[in-house]
Design a protein around this ligand. Structure first.
Ligand code: ADP
Ligand code: MG
Length: 360
């Protein structure tokens, strides 16, 4: 397998639509990289640049040891010579062709002899568990099966790199979970270097070896799922990858005696908190990292945030989503026990999970 390296990639459409802004991204050989970001923030453009369907305005694209695009050096290797498989967002199956011919299409384009085509198509269909559909038309398949056909067509040439553009967006929630597990399994089995782009954090958290977060064409953070989730580099990333309570405030004091003060909440911060030397900050805490208790708790990992009044408590299957009014701040919490509306509770934040962002 090969690595994919985007070096300082900028893509400008027309005069001033900056779709990608100096993107630096290395996908290691065999790695599953998920690029995540809101709609319109450059995800498809990034994939198309790797595939060669789009030329970067500036920067370099490397696939393995080969420089496949560099405007400065006048280098541009076309898609057919890049050895890449791509699964498009709408799967782009040919409706008038049977599944067999859909999968065989890239091989026929390459002029591969019929016997070998037959062997390769049957081989990959076996891997993807769609052998029994080879004789049908795409419209005769379920969404999940159509997706597998699209993946089979991308993989049949035995590409070095697999690119997937929001592959689950056409599937309903129930099937999506299975489809994700399936894609992860195939990727592992084949060990193929993969870049998947999505706006859905659940895709990123479940599939990725590492996640790259894009905002307006610029990479915000690259890291393993737990790191991006627990230690997001900014409010945008924190908010995009999951729910988070955000409180505006200031830092008072220094080092071991640093406090966050804002929204009526004053808490002592762990000395290793981010942005502890900043002045104006935003405190972030995820609902599952907020602990509500009738009793007073003492635990080094818990920061006491004050007494709150329960405003909402909703049963959410095995847990409760609770909204607590804490001074002038509303804090969302996930609780394993139920509280009554109007009940006064002690509110604690998990010290290991608290995030402090420099407001600048
Ligand atoms: P995403 O896949 O994250 O939704 P895209 O990569 O499709 O985002 O688009 C990023 C930005 O580039 C958007 O502002 C989009 O309108 C613009 N864009 C994408 N393709 C073109 C194009 N062919 N011509 C002009 N603008 C484009
Ligand atoms: Mg897109």
């Amino acid at each position: 397998m090969v690595r994919v390296y985007l070096h300082d990639i900028t893509k400008i459409f027309g005069k001033n639509v900056v779709a990608l802004d100096r993107v630096e991204l290395e996908v290691k050989s065999g790695e599953f990289m998920v690029v995540m970001g809101p709609s319109g923030h450059g995800k498809t453009t990034l994939l198309r640049i790797v595939a060669g369907l789009e030329e970067p305005t500036d920067g370099e694209v490397w696939i393995g040891d080969i420089l496949v695009a560099s405007p400065r050096r006048g280098i541009f290797i076309p898609p057919k010579d890049r050895n890449i498989g791509m699964v498009f967002q709408n799967w782009a199956l040919y409706p008038h062709m049977k599944v067999f011919d859909n999968i065989a299409f890239p091989l026929k384009l390459k002029g591969i002899p019929k016997g070998e085509v037959e062997k390769k198509v049957r081989g990959i269909a076996e891997v993807l568990g769609i052998t029994e559909t080879l004789d049908r038309y795409p419209r005769q398949l379920s969404g999940g099966q159509q997706q597998r056909v699209a993946i089979a067509r991308a993989l049949v040439k035995e590409p070095h790199v697999l690119l997937m553009d929001e592959p689950f967006s056409n599937l309903d929630t129930r099937i999506r979970v299975m489809a994700r597990a399936f894609v992860k399994d195939i990727q592992r089995k084949l060990g193929i270097t993969t870049i998947l782009v999505t706006h859905d954090p659940a895709d990123a958290l479940t599939l990725a070896d590492r996640i790259a977060v894009l905002r307006r064409g610029a990479i915000q953070q690259i890291g393993p799922p737990n790191e991006v989730y627990d230690r997001p580099t900014n409010v945008f990333v924190a908010n995009f990858i999951g729910e988070v309570n955000l409180v505006d405030g200031v830092i008072i004091g220094k080092g071991n005696e640093a406090y966050f003060d804002g929204g009526g909440i004053k808490i002592q911060l762990p000395p290793n908190s981010n942005a502890i030397n900043a002045q104006n900050v935003i405190l972030g805490i995820r609902p599952e990292d907020v602990l509500l208790s009738r009793e007073t708790l003492s635990d080094n990992d818990l920061l006491y945030a004050g007494k709150g009044i329960v405003e909402i408590s909703e049963f959410a299957g095995g847990k409760f989503n609770v909204m607590v009014k804490l001074q002038s701040t509303e804090v969302k919490a996930v609780s394993s026990v139920s509280f009554g509306i109007g009940e006064i509770v002690n509110v604690y934040f998990n010290a290991r999970k608290i995030k402090v962002f420099d407001k600048k």
